[in-house]
Ligand binder design. Structure first.
Ligand code: NAD
Ligand code: DAU
Length: 350
């Protein structure tokens, strides 16, 4: 089957894994990666496939309405997989409007271009990649299902919830063929070291303090990024229009336990005495409005579409640590310049 697919945000963490998967698994598809290359987007994430005959990169901003409309007109895409976003909760607390612009307005611009250009909707698909954070925060028990009411609490999650609502509005109002997935926390290679796991790996390596927010008792549900990419593949091909699918690995960890596990893996890999890296753990001021617990019930995607994660967490974490230890140049590159400013601002008051 031939298809021309626009993937937005393909130079970022998850997007680069999705682009690579689609370019390699579907040589008959043409994959066009549209990315503004913000601090989080890095073309180096895709050097291994950048010369593939079925791949093209376009630098551009999803909030630029005339540009997006002319791109849709020129390229006549069959489908969109939309990942471009501002994605870091702490940054959304510092600069909420940037999140509203990209995540809400950017999504609306893409939806509107698709509605305008796709006169014949047969075979078309607008796939919006979203987050479990739209459901808010859980207590000690329970899990998010597709029927859990939306209750976002951070500027990031509210902007993603807003974008999800817009996608469903374009489905109900204009009949745009849409599908949404809401995934839990991803980890793996190429994740910008501002998020918990790569930040801790980076700091342990440099023997810098490991900033654990509050008491470290918040719980996240972790999924290997390649398993998220395989789920996106399944939802893109087999998901039903107008439906949402939760994606997760049934893999909950308290932050402090996860940081201890990382410390012990790193001690072993770096030939440090057991317990050495854990001495770097530093409890710092909590994140404002810090959601206590996320847990995804991924039964629907498993039962309806037959998807399951492929990797155990400990194995995935080892692979991830190995990748960061062998790619110091990548880390040095992405953390240079503007990142250092953000990092200093982020931790100066904690
Ligand atoms: P990321 O921050 O690593 O990458 C985002 C990408 O979007 C970057 O390449 C950036 O350059 C690009 N981008 C940002 N603003 C843009 C704009 N205005 N126009 C065009 N491109 C722009 O994010 P990620 O962690 O890979 O997340 C990707 C998507 O998956 C997001 O929509 C996020 O909400 C969602 N998601 C992430 C996770 C997670 O754990 N990281 C979990 C569930 C869902
Ligand atoms: O649940 C999916 C979401 O997961 C995605 O939608 C977001 O894009 C992604 O960033 C992630 O959000 P979190 O806020 O859960 O991820 P983060 O890695 O920032 O933090 C994970 C947990 O670790 C959270 O409870 C806050 C805590 N933390 C984080 C950092 C960066 C710390 O204790 N110290 C830190 O330095």
């Amino acid at each position: 089957m031939t298809k021309k697919i626009l993937i937005t945000g393909g130079a970022g963490f998850i997007g680069s894994h999705v682009v690579r998967r689609f370019v390699q698994h579907y040589p008959g598809y043409t994959i066009i990666n549209l990315d503004a290359l913000t601090y989080a987007g890095n073309p180096e994430n895709l050097t291994d496939i950048e010369h593939s005959p079925n791949y093209r990169f376009i630098k551009g901003d999803i909030t630029d309405e005339p540009f997006i409309l002319s791109l849709f007109k020129e390229e006549q895409f069959d489908a969109v997989i939309h990942l471009a976003a501002e994605s870091h909760v702490d940054r959304s607390i510092l600069d909420p409007l940037a999140f509203v612009r990209t995540n809400v307005m950017g999504t609306a611009v893409l939806l509107n271009a698709a509605r305008t250009i796709w006169k014949d909707k047969e075979g078309k698909r607008f796939y919006h990649v979203s987050t479990d954070e739209v459901y808010g925060s859980l207590g000690e028990s329970g899990m998010f299902t597709e029927d859990t009411p939306y209750d976002p609490r951070s500027p990031y999650s509210a902007s993603k919830a807003g974008s999800d609502h817009l996608v469903m509005a374009w489905y109900h109002t204009y009949g745009l063929p849409v599908v949404i997935s809401n995934c839990s926390n991803n980890y793996g290679s190429h994740q910008f070291p501002e998020k918990l796991i790569p930040l801790m790996i980076h700091n342990i390596r440099q023997q810098k303090p490991l900033p654990v927010y509050g008491k470290g008792e918040n719980v996240r549900d972790w999924l290997w990024v390649n398993d998220h990419a395989s789920a996106i593949d399944v939802v893109f091909h087999d998901g039903l229009n107008g439906e949402t699918y939760n994606i997760g690995g049934f893999n909950e960890w308290k932050n402090i336990d996860l940081v201890h596990l990382l410390c012990s893996i790193m001690d072993r890999k770096l030939n440090r005495p057991a317990g050495e890296s854990a001495k770097l753990i530093t409890f710092v001021q909590d994140r404002q409005g810090h959601d206590l617990r996320y847990a995804i019930d991924a039964s629907k995607i498993s039962q309806k579409l037959g998807w399951k994660p492929s990797l155990q967490f400990e194995e995935g974490l080892e692979k991830t640590v190995d990748w960061y230890l062998s790619n110091q140049e990548w880390i040095d590159h992405v953390v240079s310049g503007a990142y250092q400013q953000y990092y200093d601002q982020q931790y100066s008051h904690r």
